[in-house]
Design a protein around this ligand. Structure first.
Ligand code: HEM
Length: 124
């Protein structure tokens, strides 16, 4: 049986696996490789901070994540299907590696944040 997400190390593993998929993805990989070519050694710890705050209320994430994606959307339009695809990869990565209350919680959080982003970015 799979374990639940219980620590920063678990989140680091999850983000590593999630980004391995995202970067290779034919549909939305381009955002991470060409629109904003990311250095994973600096980007992944930021994502871990973000999710640590969301799940465990620890960590030190202070950036306005909506604004980051507004700027991204100005560089290349993010569509509704891009968001749905992002969520599908996110949920699959969680399910492949973890199971439990926090694993369910992180998927719920991702969905609610993505829903707010879609509305605020006027995505269509
Ligand atoms: C199709 C949907 C999405 C795309 C294409 C996307 C793409 C990106 C890209 C390219 C960056 C790097 C931006 C930069 O450094 O300038 C980024 C950062 C980030 N994204 Fe997304 N994203 C998407 C959805 C989401 C969602 C739904 C969440 C949260 C649930 C999220 C959380 C984050 C976080 C926490 C960062 C780090 C921001 C920072 O540097 O502080 N993203 N995203």
């Amino acid at each position: 049986m799979k374990r639940d997400i219980t620590s920063r190390m678990d989140l680091a593993l999850l983000m590593e696996k999630f980004y391995a998929k995202l970067l290779q993805d034919k549909k939305i990989g381009i955002f991470f490789t060409e629109v904003v070519p990311l250095d994973l050694s600096t980007h992944l710890p930021i994502l871990v901070d973000f999710w640590e705050q969301q799940l465990f209320h620890t960590g030190n994430y202070k950036t306005n994540v909506l604004q980051v994606h507004q700027q991204l959307n100005a560089l290349k339009n993010i569509t509704l299907t891009d968001f749905d695809h992002w969520l599908m990869i996110f949920n699959n990565t969680v399910d492949e590696n973890f199971q439990g209350t926090q694993a369910a919680m992180i998927k719920t959080r991702a969905l609610s944040i993505a829903t707010v982003m879609k509305i605020k970015l006027s995505v269509s």
